[in-house]
Ligand binder design. Sequence first.
Ligand SMILES: [Zn+2]
Length: 951
Amino acid sequence: MTYMKHLLFVLALLMAGIVTATAQMPSIPVDPDVRIGKLDNGLTYYIRHNNWPENRAEFYIAQKVGSIQEDDNQRGLAHFLEHMAFNGSKHFKGNELLRWCESIGVKFGTDLNAYTSIDQTVYNISNVPTTRETVVDSCLMILWDWADGLLLEQEEIEKERGVIHEEWRLRSSAQQRMLERDLPKLYPGSKYGYRMPIGLMEIIDNFERPFLQAYYEKWYRPDNQGIIVVGDVDVDKVEQKIKTMFSQIAKPGADAAKLERVEVPDNAEPIVVIDKDKEQRINFVQLLVKHDAVPDSLKGSLEYLVANYMKNVATGMLNSRFGEIVQQADCPFLEASVSDGTYLLSRTKDALGLGVVPKDGMMNEAVKAAYTELLRAAEFGFTATEYGRSKANTLSSLDKQYSNKDKRYNSQFVNQYVNHFLANEPIPSIDDYYQVMKQLVPAIPLDAINQVMKQLVPKNDSNFVLVSFNQEKEGATYPKEDELLAAIKEAKGGQLTAWVDNVKDEPLMTTLPKPGKIVKEVKTDKFVTETTDGTKNGYSELTLSNGVKVVLKHTDLKKDQVILSGEGWGGSALYGEKDFANIKMFDDVVEASGLGNFSHTELGKALAGKIAGATLQLGTYRAEISGSSTPTDVETMLQLVYLYMTGNVKKDQQSFDQLMKTTELQLKNRLLQPEAVFSDSLSLTMTDHNPRYKSLDVADLAKVDYDRILAMAKECTANAAAFTFTIIGNYNDATIRPLIEQYLGSLPVQKKIVKGKDVSSDYKGKVVNNFKHKAETPKAIAVLHWYSKKVPYTLENVIRAQAVGQVLQMVYLKEIREEASAAYTAAGQASVSRNDFGDEANILGYCPMKPEKADTAIFILRRAVQDMAAGKCDADMVTKVKEYMIKAHGDRLKTNGYWQGCINNWRKWNLDFHTDYEKTVQAITPERLCDFVKEVLKAGNEAEIVMLPAE
Ligand SMILES: [Zn+2]
């Protein structure tokens, strides 16, 4: 082990309490499987071959610049420029780039995207099918255009102003408004106070083209750019092409502008920001202690990796404590959490952050109590049992990650390379990383972690920042600066005692049930998949001695995953009006409860080192169990399932009370958000005002009955004979059968199967719900919906629906966003589904829009659907949609969830949605899509829900 010597050295330093990075530290080698190079003009590239999934690749260009580089008269233009990258470049005029990407099955928004932040702008073309080499060439051409060939045409600029203005409106929320307003105070004397990427709307609406051009030419230069290509590509060829194409970009002159490092000045006195907004739902406070960020030049060192790990361990253990503390009835806060990382939005400064959500009117007490925990951890450190659990969890997740190393997705690599390029974050090979961590984790003594915790908590008041955002309301009292600071002072003056870690030292199940038997096993060769070693598998259906059915399918699509799903008759349809509140809270209450002999908190501790989970949920007509685990922890997952299925959900009053208080807080001010007001109106209209489907409000909480929910949980799992379990993944074929016999074969069963009755509730005919709502930022949203119960659930109809949704989506983006500049986004959707009482087909158009252009947007939403019903459908769009659907289907085949769905559909409805999928997609014609829309519209059910701003 080559690292051992270095490790010992690092550990010696850690023990001495020296954890600031020093330049003498050994460095971690960069993964040799990534080709990194730099052209003469300064452009950096990363290329890696990866063939999971095969025939796919990612193309990225990262720019080391963002809104911080803007001049005062350019605020918002870094982001504006990012939008312009999709509106005309040297080789792709107008919107040709979008159209070309669509033609290869690469969808704007999903696979083709970009983001702008303070100090970086990153563009991506993802999930690109690479079977044709010309596609690779064209994607590199797009990156080239982005790097150096944007046209920034006047006409396109004019159209984009409206789109970005609507993006601003869409993102405008209470928190966003306050943050923007308060940034100058949070960054005194620094440009960071004035550089939110969305910028100023008066600049967006009015700037002249040269300002945008100036930013582009000044900052988009090869020395600030990194190209990243990962996937099923020939590395040598791609490298050669990058060299040929990108070397043509001129080398920046000696006078090129330098990327200035924008500093965040220290503050000797605390900075306190207390703000309020009428739409803020939850009052909270964030305490921050700024400290220097590790310089990029030192991030390649082994010590950086170790120091990061240790910091995460310390904050992770403190967060577990917070999770336990909030359950105490007298705890003055509902939530608290600690983290260490970037100070708000500046990469040049880090901070330790402590976020606290107080109980009503208890802001000062909450701050004092949460800060006290920070001090307690700093003074006494953590206990051996807490640290033991943390290590066990780290080691098992390392093993999990490592076991799946051959099936890592391209996106995982890309993100690491982007961070390496932009911030010099380390990119060791997974083998090196695994070996280092496997040695290191058990070797770091608890004392060293406790030292780190001590160092994180400041000794004095310097660099202290406190932010409190509150709901503005008549008669409300707001936190006061002197009181908040006094609360911290009191915490510092308090007498502390060490933390006591209560652990229940017993196995999840003390006595194991008497196993049943597998009485029958039928193998089928349907839904065949191939494992890495070439074995082909369909699936098996086991019948257990108690009548329970288990479907087993072995795959190694994800080497670290086994998933389980179980469905049994029952569900919320069995319960009437008295239980409406219980039904709505059922899933959350069960989740917050204990299991077997363990309370909720004890259960979390008992599962340390295991990667296994299970949940019980109440569907409308079925009770549903889902589980997942690593291949190693299948037994634990099955034990959890066993406990759920045998009525062992354990009452945990403390945890329940905490859940109810948090839910109350969530619900109380929910309707302050205009989006929530719309969504409630929408669901009321769609479900014909049926109280069964009305969203929960605070008054309903009084009707929630914990004992009744526990009784319902027992009831819906009482009869395992009503259940079928499906287990899919990389389980050990030799050991899983005895486990199934033990934990599923032993489940109690009854003869009688209880089924719920039809509780569906739909609006009928034409319904209009138009209303006005007053909001801080005027908002307008529209949904148009059509449905029919006469379109059968078949493979062809499901595919037609998917395609119709995508065609509508294309029309909406083109006409509403690109042409009318009436919205930032719009969506089209269609589906066909089945439940025990029948089939239903839906078509939906959705758009959060510019209030002044609401009529235009709504007109297009409806007209596009009516056009299709009248036989008008763009054949070129249909071809593109087919391309995308076949590609996306190819990707879905690589997931266990896909096969689970196929098997369920087959067993439940005798429908095979797999075998003919591609053939059916290929057979789609514009006419068939139009017919689908016509069939749905024929039913005459149409709803229009529109919210417009009130004065
Ligand atoms: Zn944007």
